[in-house]
Design a protein around this ligand. Structure first.
Ligand code: KIV
Length: 270
């Protein structure tokens, strides 16, 4: 799906269904099930590589998985995460790395954080690279946050995320992705900017939703070397496979639930 087709979907007030994807088999199946945007997320560090977080993921990993996804989904809009260390320092380095991901087949690159990162986003966009800004809980800063914690709960925290979203919107990002923020804050942000918002743990009022594929299928049980029974899925995830007979059926059920606004419900929101 081209960015123009996505615009027309937004114009008719249809929710965007986004899903993470890391290979061609799932890419093909997800597109056939109606997914609008595939996110080659650096969550692959956790769900594929078995790490505790996304901090060991490399540019090579992201290029490899982007190429694999593109092979299965040539006509779908593909967003790829810029991994930690690939964009936060020199703007020129950020651009060179973004171009590598675009060359691998990404339509949009995603970067985490506001503040100084707004200048990087602006620079990439001026050089012709579409950018998604990831705000709220940003997994590459998990150590700074002291763990997987909801962001924007205090007035000050909420204001800071809102201001970052406004700044990112002004420089022309394609999407603002909001992770693990109160639903009320995501609603305010969505109403305050013209840029579409994509939520994960951000309530029902975002322009679209994203989930990690393994969470949608209920098959992620945490770090590779820890017992599965010690793992508790985050509140915002939902196993769509348990009531379906196939993986494609589960992805279709997710798409439908996003489009008809039954997911996420209050139990999946903060
Ligand atoms: O890497 C990823 O999968 C993500 C989602 C959690 C939005 O960034």
């Amino acid at each position: 799906m081209s960015l123009e087709k996505l615009q027309s979907l937004i114009a008719r007030d249809e929710k965007i269904a986004m899903l993470t994807c890391y290979d061609s088999t799932f890419a093909k199946l997800s597109v056939a099930a109606g997914i609008d945007v595939l996110l080659v997320g650096d969550s692959l560090g956790m769900v594929l590589q078995g790490s505790e977080n996304t901090l060991n993921v490399t540019m090579q990993d992201m290029e490899y998985h982007t190429r694999s996804v593109v092979a299965g989904a040539k006509d779908c809009c593909i967003m790829t995460d810029m991994p930690v260390g690939s964009y936060e320092h020199e703007k020129e380095t950020a651009l060179a790395n973004a171009k590598r991901l675009i060359a691998a087949g990404a339509d949009i690159v995603k970067i985490e954080g506001g503040g100084e990162i707004v200048n990087t986003a602006e620079y990439l966009i001026k050089q012709g690279v579409p950018v998604c800004a990831h705000l709220g809980f940003t997994p590459q800063s998990v150590n700074k946050f002291g763990g997987y914690r909801i962001q924007g709960k205090t007035d000050e925290g909420a204001q800071s995320i809102l201001q970052d979203a406004i700044a990112m919107s002004k420089v022309g990002v394609t999407f603002v992705l909001l992770e693990m923020v109160p639903a009320a804050l995501a609603k305010t942000i969505t109403a305050s900017i013209s840029t579409p918002t994509i939520g994960i743990g951000a309530g029902i009022d975002c322009t679209g939703q994203v989930l990690v594929l393994q969470d949608l299928l209920g098959i992620y049980t945490g770090v590779a070397n820890k017992a599965p029974e010690d793992f508790k899925s985050p509140r915002f995830t939902k196993n769509f496979l348990q009531d379906e007979r196939s993986i494609q059926g589960a992805v279709k059920a997710y798409v439908q639930a996003v489009k008809n606004k039954t997911f996420p419900s209050a139990e999946h929101s903060y």
